[in-house]
Design a binder for this molecule. Structure first.
Ligand code: BG6
Length: 450
């Protein structure tokens, strides 16, 4: 494995920053916690909701905004070689006035400089489930082509500001998650009586165009910049040998990979083209050319679990164990997914999220998370086997560098970090950072590999 391999970790602005008073709101600030209600909001909150009362964890995150220096010092102590974080569009543009918020730009200047000071490679995601609420209210998110223009202005601003220090750029976090969380990924609300699938395809088309625009801006600014888009990688197994299960598996794969298919190959695969035609999505020649000429340099993937395809509606794989939150644990699935992706795209792959979300207990000021170490070790082993298979993997970033607000639950208690943060679901806690056993394990591991 190359000495330049990026051993690192990830966080996202909407889940860790807080700093609510110095920015405008993002969609996750207004989504209620608790899996049952949360899921329907993630996809579609319907007619726009009232401003919430009560405690919404994303508004405060884990106060990275105030603590970034101390947090980055801990990441450095762990030996991270790379940190992926997201810039909040809602911190750079407080509204659609087109004038950036200098204070917001300076915050990310400081974060980047601090990372570089500690020899940690900064990797930026431009949108990580954190669309600004003003974009939703005024334009209904990526459903509206005007938002592609606004995105272009936003990314031009940040690429021009940070390109001298940031080499790796990721357009969207898990673009394929829009398939079931459209509001969170695209900032779009579907009204009663509207065709959700048509709206989804329109948003997808606009986001693919926006991605190509980011690639163009980056490459024109500095030809050595590398751009990726993140896809949630989840290999799907047919539950039985029945042709119906196999067909369902193919369908699941296509709906997951149709976005990267376009972003890497520069054209729409036949099955996706058919869908776009079915929903009468207007495809302008100049858009198609932009997409064709500006393709990704690398694929960013997250990997947590695999899925099953069953014509009998079975959704859990009986051969695999699950976490306390019901996510399958399947390290071999990582090797399979990496091979599938590399075979499909033949582009370098950066794993930008992988980790175990579970409950942690503090005992006498320590967190003994041997279960997390075991999970990570087994996944790294499979990644190394994929590299032996010939897959070009350029980095392994875990989710997450420290505990942050969970996306699906909206709570703190589903924890992924190497660093425990004393913030509880109701907002109580001292915010104290406690390195877990996995912190010291990753520290030793990275040292040995370097
Ligand atoms: C990915 C996201 O989907 O998975 C992260 O990019 C998220 O934002 C992570 O936190 C884990 O998911 P969850 O729902 O357990 O927090």
């Amino acid at each position: 494995m190359s000495k330049n391999f990026l051993w690192g970790s990830s966080i996202s602005g909407g889940q860790c920053e807080g700093g609510y008073d110095s920015r405008s709101e993002t969609v996750v600030d207004l989504i209620p916690s608790g899996k049952d209600t949360r899921f329907q909001y993630l996809d579609n909150p319907g007619i726009y909701m009232e401003r919430p009362t009560g405690f919404y964890p994303s508004q405060k995150g884990v106060e990275f905004y105030e603590n970034y220096k101390e947090d980055i010092a801990l990441y450095a102590q762990m030996g991270l070689k790379a940190l992926r974080f997201s810039i909040l569009w809602s911190r750079i543009f407080l509204d659609d006035s087109l004038t950036p918020n200098e204070e917001g730009l300076q915050f990310y200047d400081h974060v980047i400089d601090e990372l570089i000071k500690h020899h940690i490679e900064p990797i930026i995601t431009t949108i990580h489930f954190d669309m600004p609420v003003w974009v939703v209210e005024k334009y209904n998110g990526f459903y509206n082509k005007k938002v592609v223009e606004l995105y272009e202005h936003y990314v031009k601003t940040i690429v021009h500001r940070y390109h001298d220090r940031v080499k790796y750029w990721i357009s969207f976090c898990e673009i394929n998650v829009m398939n079931h969380a459209l509001y969170m990924v695209s900032g779009t609300i579907v009204q009663k009586g509207q065709n959700r699938e048509e709206i989804l395809h329109q948003c997808a088309y606009h986001q693919l165009l926006a991605n190509a625009i980011l690639v163009k801006i980056c490459h024109e600014t500095d030809a050595t910049l590398k751009v990726g888009c993140e896809v949630a990688g989840s290999p799907c197994y047919p539950l039985t040998s029945s042709p119906e299960d196999y067909q369902l598996m193919m369908k699941a794969d296509r709906s997951n990979y149709r976005y990267t298919d376009v972003m890497v190959k520069g054209h729409f695969p036949y099955y996706f083209l058919k869908e776009l035609q079915q929903y009468h999505i207007e495809m302008l020649e100049e858009d198609i050319q932009m997409i064709q000429e500006n393709t990704l340099d690398f694929i960013a993937v997250s990997y947590y679990k695999s899925g099953v395809a069953s014509s009998e509606g079975i959704t859990t794989n009986p051969k695999l164990e699950t976490t306390p939150f019901g996510w399958t644990i399947d390290p071999v699935g990582l090797r399979i997914m990496l091979n599938q992706m590399y075979e499909r795209y033949e582009k370098p792959i950066m794993i930008v999220e992988n980790g175990l979300g579970t409950y942690d207990q503090v005992e006498n000021g320590k967190v003994h998370d041997d279960y997390r170490i075991d999970y990570l070790q087994k996944h790294i082993e499979q990644m190394e086997l994929a590299i032996e298979d010939g897959v070009d993997v350029i980095g392994y970033l875990t989710w997450a560098a420290m505990d942050v607000v969970s996306t699906s639950e909206g709570y703190m208690s589903k924890r992924y970090g190497f660093i425990y943060v004393d913030r509880q679901d109701d907002g109580s806690g001292t915010l104290k950072r406690i390195p877990k056993d996995s912190f010291y394990w990753y520290q030793r591991f990275i040292r040995e590999k370097s």
